[in-house]
Design a binder for this molecule. Structure first.
Ligand code: CBF
Length: 833
């Protein structure tokens, strides 16, 4: 083997039909070769990580072969392409997904076992690329999977953060953040493309000049700093297709990484200062979910990746189509939230300043090219940049934004002549106090399509957050309810259930999730229901082992696994969940002989490092766990687990093993949620409010198969309008009173009696997330959950129906809707060789 070179995994592409045995031996050969040529080792010294890397290269080689053919086909077909711009892509580990999508998973397991290697162990060696905060980044990753599976030409553009979302450690119950060094062993999935490097400018000033031989004046930008963007390409496979799309992530480097004059003058730090400043731009992901961070570096990041991507799109477009006049016919750029919204001003700048377009023509191209997806109703997440900061960093863009605003407001004034308040609300610039650029307004004005991510969310956008834009351009608005990829979120993460389903109804569900409906015909089949239940039980056993290995807590796999996994945020109301746990505990302490349905309540999620209240909730969960888990009175009946460092890999263990899915946000605050869909797909039942996509999930699975509680959006608004008084709930609900009193007593904070006072204050003073108002309904609903769980057969039937009826929430459906209604792109399947 020492004399062979790196070879791809499959000979199929070489037109060779291999029997299973030959395929296995070829896989083994490729592995040995890669070990030798990529890792520089042989079997004697190779460790598990070497084998992982060798295997990753085998898969990557095959993906690259397909990618090369895909790129050629797209260029040949002059295909319209989707450019999905997102500051976050939470891709999860790539190896398992690559093997599944290439249809090689089982063969690989067999081939490795034959050499004494365990595939699961090698899969665990992969560092998780945590290049996102939560739902928004993970949605982008699901979309990439579906885009490729549907053979739609697409490039995902984002940032190659050197440090992803922080690693969450729990110390004495508190969250502690550690840097995420995900690149320290290298990244076998990426290819740097320095040949496609681009230059990005920052700062400086603008000036008016006359071009040679031209009568018109032009503006040019004289920057203070130039940074280089280097694309790093990650191939994105689809399921059962020859197509491979690209995720292109940008890394910032210095134009001049080394100042020789400074070095020669003895200024060794100064010699590399530029390198450090430039590379900082893509150093770290901002760990805030749903809150904006008005930091200069964040705006730099946004502009950097958007400007790199637009130059790249233009390069590709000019290569294939020669002129930018027809950009919108061949390029659909989707703005994943406002993070890339600066793209509107940048494309205008490129067209006008660099490619000499007239304003009107440039504006038409820009509007026809961009689409904007809004992902939040939280006012604190709507990005606004101080005009001062903006002008300092992007002086030319500020001028362009002023011009866009001027022309836009003139139009509005014609339509609404005597409505200065409306003008003020629609303006791209927020006046009064510090003047700020409103990125959501820029995105709305610069796009031909605006969408929300669940039906309720879109309605609320139209009625509230973007009401003025809706009144102006109702036709621009549509809803695109989010979805998840069935490949990662069932086929890969729950292989036992996936197999049972495929044995029962065939495997068409993998790419046509609606086919899960056929499971309903098997509902009365007892053997099927037993098999279903046995799989859930096995999954719970393996999660129980994982919990024991990670946090040392022994949980009862026969208890109900009641799970809330998501970012820690007040509106998501982990606090209400933990108050329920304390209530259950109080009951057991007071009436130890009472019958209870055993529960294991599992929490997972990161709090933004600067979000004190969320961090205190993490501490409270852990403190309650300490007391409850060590009290013999509740033994075997109630356990509380906080799993540190929730991420995609951990999610893949949790969804398949869950019985109950906690989707308990305050109505009107969660745009959609996607974890809710993953739970239901894996046969967990939801306890939830009428919020985000819960509404549609309930419609699909049936009200009888969903545990609904809580105020509606309208009721929340009405309650707040008349003045919400949390004290009255405290005074009139003795269980709630006892629960808060126990916290106040210091039971969960020995030696620090005041530790949780901020939580109590928030609940009792203004309770902005209506925890107090919804608490009684929640507890009552949880009682209904427990009673239902006791009837296991009924529970299993409900679980099966959840899985069977969740087809709408496939990301394939979502992407097909975007493709048809917004992007107008068509599938371009790549032929097999
Ligand atoms: O649309 C995807 C998700 O985005 C968020 O995570 C976001 O960061 N804005 C929302 O909070 C989710 O509701 C939504 O599902």
């Amino acid at each position: 083997s020492n004399t062979t070179t790196e070879v791809p995994l499959s000979l199929e592409s070489a037109g060779v039909a291999l029997d299973a045995e030959a395929q296995v031996s070829q896989i083994q050969q490729a592995l040995v070769n890669n070990l030798y040529w990529v890792q520089g080792k042989d079997e004697q010294f190779a460790n598990a990580h070497d084998y992982y890397t060798a295997l990753a290269h085998s898969v990557r080689n095959q993906l690259l072969q397909k990618r090369i053919r895909t790129a050629k086909t797209y260029a040949q077909e002059r295909a319209k392409t989707v450019y999905y711009m997102s500051a976050e892509f939470l891709m999860g580990r790539q190896l398992g997904n690559g093997l599944i999508n290439l249809g090689l998973y089982d063969t690989m397991r067999h081939a490795l076992a034959d050499c004494g290697l365990d595939l699961d162990e090698l899969l665990e060696r992969e560092a998780e690329p945590g290049l996102g905060n939560g739902g928004l980044g993970r949605l982008a990753a699901c979309f990439m999977d579906s885009l490729t599976t549907l053979n739609l030409p697409a490039v995902g553009y984002g940032i190659r953060y050197e440090f992803g979302i922080f690693t969450q450690l729990i110390r004495q119950g508190h969250q502690v953040e550690a840097p995420d060094k995900w690149l320290s062993y290298g990244n076998p999935w990426e290819i740097a493309r320095p040949d496609y490097r681009v230059e990005i400018k920052f700062g400086g000033h603008t000036e008016v000049y006359k071009k040679d031989g031209d009568d018109d004046y032009q503006v040019r930008w004289i920057p203070a700093q130039t940074v280089i963007g280097i694309p790093h390409d990650v191939p994105v496979p689809g399921y059962g297709t020859e197509n491979v799309n690209l995720l292109r992530l940008w890394k910032a480097e210095a134009g001049e990484a080394f100042d020789l004059d400074a070095f020669n003058a003895g200024d060794y730090f100064g010699a590399v200062a530029n390198k450090m400043i430039s590379e900082n731009i893509t150093k770290v992901l901002y760990p805030n979910d749903e809150t904006r961070q008005g930091k200069e570096l964040r705006l730099q990041q946004q502009y950097f990746f958007v400007a790199c991507s637009l130059q790249d799109i233009i390069r590709l477009h000019l290569r294939d189509h020669g002129s930018l006049e027809n950009l919108a016919e061949f390029a659909a750029i989707q703005l994943n939230d406002t993070h890339p919204a600066i793209g509107v001003a940048e494309l205008m700048r490129l067209l006008i300043d660099e490619y000499n377009f007239e304003w009107a023509a440039a504006w038409q191209i820009t509007q026809r090219t961009f689409g904007y997806t809004n992902h939040t109703l939280m006012p604190e997440a709507l990005e606004k940049w101080s005009v001062d900061l903006f002008g300092k960093l992007l002086p030319r863009h500020l001028e362009i934004i002023y011009e866009i605003n001027h022309r836009f407001l003139a139009q509005v004034k014609l339509r609404y002549p005597n409505d200065p308040d409306r003008l003020e609300r629609l303006s791209l610039i927020e006046e009064g106090g510090e003047r700020r650029v409103r990125m959501a307004n820029l995105a709305c004005v610069g796009s031909h399509a605006i969408n929300g991510v669940a039906a309720l969310h879109t309605e609320l956008l139209k009625q509230e957050v973007l009401q003025d834009f809706y009144e102006l351009w109702p036709d621009k608005f549509s809803n695109k309810t989010n979805g998840i990829t069935p490949r990662r979120w069932l086929l890969q993460c729950n292989p036992r259930l996936a197999q049972l389903i495929s044995e029962t109804i065939g495997d068409s569900w993998i790419t046509n999730l609606d086919d899960l409906k056929q499971l309903e015909a098997h509902l009365d089949n007892e053997v099927f229901r037993h098999a279903w239940q046995a799989i859930k039980q096995e999954n719970k056993w393996s999660l129980a082992r994982y919990i024991h290995d990670t946090v040392g807590i022994k949980v009862n796999p026969d208890s109900m696994f009641d799970v809330q996994i998501k970012r820690i945020h007040e509106y998501k109301r982990q606090l209400m969940n933990v108050l329920h746990v304390i209530t259950l505990y109080n009951r057991m302490v007071q009436n130890p002989g009472d019958h209870v349905v055993p529960r294991t309540v599992i929490f997972g999620g990161k709090a933004a490092p600067g979000y004190a209240m969320a961090k205190l909730v993490v501490k409270l969960v852990n403190a309650v766990a300490d007391v409850v888990n060590n009290d013999p009175i509740v033994a075997g009946r109630l356990k509380v687990v906080f799993l540190p460092n929730y991420n995609v890999s951990q999610a893949q263990r949790l969804f398949p093993a869950s019985d109950l899915s906690e989707q308990i946000s305050t109505a009107g605050m969660e745009a959609s949620g996607t974890g809710n869909m993953k739970f239901a797909l894996n046969g967990a039942l939801t306890i939830g409010t009428l919020d985000g996509a819960n509404v549609e999930i309930r419609e699909e699975v049936g009200a009888d198969n969903f545990f609904l509680f809580g105020l509606t959006t309208e009721q929340v608004a009405a309650c707040k309008a008349v003045g919400h008084n949390p004290w009255c709930y405290y005074d009139t609900n003795p269980e709630l009173k006892r629960t808060l009193d126990v916290i106040a007593s210091g039971l969960f904070s020995p030696g620090e009696p005041d530790l949780f006072l901020p939580i109590l204050d928030s609940l009792l003073v203004d309770d902005p997330y209506m925890v107090m108002a919804d608490f009684a309904a929640y507890v009552q609903c949880q009682e209904h959950v427990s009673r239902t769980y006791e009837d296991r057969d009924r529970w299993v039937r409900m679980a099966i129906l959840n899985t069977a009826r969740i087809g709408k929430f496939s990301a394939d459906r979502t992407i097909a809707d975007y493709a048809r209604e917004i992007w107008k792109v068509k599938a371009v399947p790549v032929a097999g060789e």
